[in-house]
Design a protein around this ligand. Structure first.
Ligand code: SAH
Length: 346
């Protein structure tokens, strides 16, 4: 029987050095391999020409290099690019490049499918199949960085964890990926340019605060009234707003980092004055701002974007109460690349 070969990219540099020592080789070979894997994005041991043939064969016998593969790239009329990314076990996730005049933002996935059940989100229709590994998250970012350089002549500037999955349900791997993205041996990106978006898992938000992370936090709030929120995001039943609020207060105390609330206004669901008032009240617990995002219809008729007047009412009341609010227009709708539309349609 063949033992299952390990993914060499799951090893830290130190572990690679130890591996070489255990094989009677010089530890610094580990640094060389690490550099091939992470700086030069090597996809095979064969290309590692500063290692002898024997050493390469020895690596081949112990390890595989699991790389993602961008299977299909779609471009929207607004410049947005969506990648269908095939993983080593043939599962597929999606990531999106969103260009604006000044920035390029990568929107990356953290899970295959999603463990949550938000009624308005296409990804929720796929059940969660597995968590992504740190390198699978990292590779999505590298792929988009390359596309940004190729098509827009500039490097990637921002990353949002708003693709498929709930990042805080894949906590360790997401943090490892961020560590790689921000490290000298990775992309050297500032953590201030990275945002993790969560549907709001109180325990994990507190853990982020305890771990003193330096990236930004966004919470998909959508309603500050328990009954309404539970009807559209059923897991709110187990993580009610009072727990979320406590966790967010804790987050702010520890990090002093302002929270962004993502919020869609739907006709007949959360478009009344009482909904706005509840949101204003919720915003007072910790310094925050509100992003009103446009609803991207998924194939059924239960949810409809609210009327202009309702959105205007939100903006007016929030501003009157000193809360920063932006209205976000969707990007990449024509290729199903907008928020909540990622569902491996093709
Ligand atoms: N699980 C994480 C990240 C993925 S969702 C989270 O919940 O934050 C990214 C954002 O898209 C969330 O704010 C989510 O609420 C929003 N979203 C989901 N479906 C949507 C849809 N159909 N239209 C607009 N936004 C949607």
């Amino acid at each position: 029987m063949h033992p299952v070969k390990k993914d060499v990219r799951a090893l830290t540099k130190e572990q690679l050095r130890q591996f070489f020592e255990s094989q009677g080789e010089k530890a610094f070979r580990g640094n060389q391999v690490y550099e091939w894997l992470w700086i030069k994005s090597a996809h095979s041991f064969d290309v590692m020409t500063n290692l002898s043939k024997e050493v390469r064969a020895m690596l081949e016998a112990h390890f595989v290099i699991n790389h993602i593969k961008v299977d299909q790239m779609q471009r929207s009329s607004d410049g947005t690019i969506k990648n269908a990314v095939r993983l080593h076990d043939d599962l597929v996730v999606e990531s999106v490049l969103i260009p604006t005049s000044k920035r390029t933002t990568a929107c990356v996935s953290s899970q295959v499918g999603c463990s949550l059940d938000c009624k308005f989100c296409a990804t929720a229709r796929l059940k969660r199949m597995r968590n992504l590994n740190p390198d699978e998250i990292y590779d999505q970012v590298v792929a988009i960085d390359n596309e940004s350089r190729l098509y827009f002549d500039r490097p990637l500037s921002n990353i949002v964890f708003m693709g498929m999955g709930e990042p805080l349900m894949n906590y360790n791997n997401v943090l490892k990926a961020v560590a790689k993205i921000t490290s000298k041996e990775g992309l050297r990106m500032s953590p201030r340019r990275i945002t993790i978006s969560t549907s709001g898992v109180p325990k994990m938000i507190k853990k982020l605060a305890d771990d003193q992370v330096k990236f930004k936090l966004a919470v998909s709030l959508h309603s500050a009234i328990d009954e309404v929120r539970t009807s559209i995001m059923p897991f709110n039943e187990n993580f009610p707003l009072s727990d979320l609020r406590e966790a967010l207060e804790y987050w702010y105390q520890k990090t002093k980092s302002r929270i962004t609330y993502e919020y869609v206004v739907w006709k007949g669901i959360n478009d009344q004055l009482k909904d706005v008032k509840a949101l204003i009240n919720f915003c007072k617990f910790a310094p925050s701002k509100v992003n009103l995002i446009e609803y991207n219809p998924i194939d059924d008729g239960d949810f409809k974007q609210a009327d202009e007047e309702a959105i205007d009412m939100y903006v007016r009341f929030l501003e009157q109460n000193g809360i920063v609010v932006t209205v976000r227009r969707s990007r990449g709708k024509d290729i199903d690349a907008a928020c909540g539309q990622l569902a491996n349609k093709s």
